[in-house]
Design a protein around this ligand. Structure first.
Ligand code: ZN
Length: 234
């Protein structure tokens, strides 16, 4: 009897720990499909930007992408789209793709189902109004268990994560090292994640041209998520 009192909390802790790991897994989720990269021999990678839009971020990033003839997918937060009207349209007009990054950018765990549905559908409606018919959803912080993926599936969207993420905590203030670190981890079919929208992320903005230049020197084509998925073999 005594043993059981020890075993029960251990089992509960292990289960909670397991669910925590699953909730942040990049290439696996409990409901619906997730894409974290594609299998291809071709030197092609997708570039994705999360959060925002912010007018300063959009104005800083667009000329850099244009200079390197690169296209990207911008995962936007619905409440930010409302705060900065016209930003999403500007990204589309420049030939880039949009994705859904929830409405309020919270950790989508332990919430009622109606919360997840609102987070997904409200932003999807805003994206459609801006002129985007995107099918891509990215969970804030990559976090999801069952409720959020269910809402994503019901909205006929697909979860897109990433396999190469910037490391600002290691390389803040050093755009060259920041960029080299990303380039070193990229392989054919990768999906890169960067956060250049916010004012305090100057290092990411300064690193962006170096990332694009480095990838081009290595023969990579830098495209949106849709174009990467089109390039993948069936
Ligand atoms: Zn985010």
């Amino acid at each position: 009897m005594q043993k059981r009192w020890i075993i029960v909390p251990i089992v509960v802790l292990a289960a909670v720990g397991g669910l925590w790991q699953i909730s942040k897994a990049k290439c696996f989720q409990l409901v619906g499909d997730v894409v974290c990269r594609v299998e291809t021999q071709r030197k092609i990678v997708a570039l994705s930007f999360d959060d925002g839009p912010t007018p300063e971020g959009v104005d800083a990033i667009l000329p850099i992408l244009a200079k390197y003839d690169a296209s990207a997918t911008f995962f936007l937060i619905g409440s930010r789209m409302e705060r900065f009207p016209g930003s999403a349209e500007k990204l589309l007009a420049a030939g880039h793709e949009l994705g859904n990054h929830s409405y309020t950018h919270q950790r989508n765990l332990l919430k009622p189902q109606s919360f997840y549905e609102t987070e997904v559908n409200r932003t999807q409606a805003l994206l459609q109004t801006a002129g985007s018919d995107t099918r891509w959803f990215r969970p804030p912080f990559g976090k999801r268990l069952i409720g959020l993926p269910l809402a994503v599936e019901r909205a006929d969207l697909l979860t897109i994560t990433w396999d190469v993420e910037e490391q600002p905590e290691k390389f803040d203030g050093n755009p060259r090292a920041f960029a080299s670190d990303i380039i070193a981890r990229v392989r054919p079919g990768s999906i890169i994640l960067m956060h250049p929208m916010y004012r305090h992320n100057q290092t990411a903005r300064d690193a962006l041209p170096l990332v694009l230049q480095g990838l081009q020197e290595r023969g990579y084509e830098v495209v949106s998520v849709s174009r990467l998925l089109d390039a993948a073999p069936d």
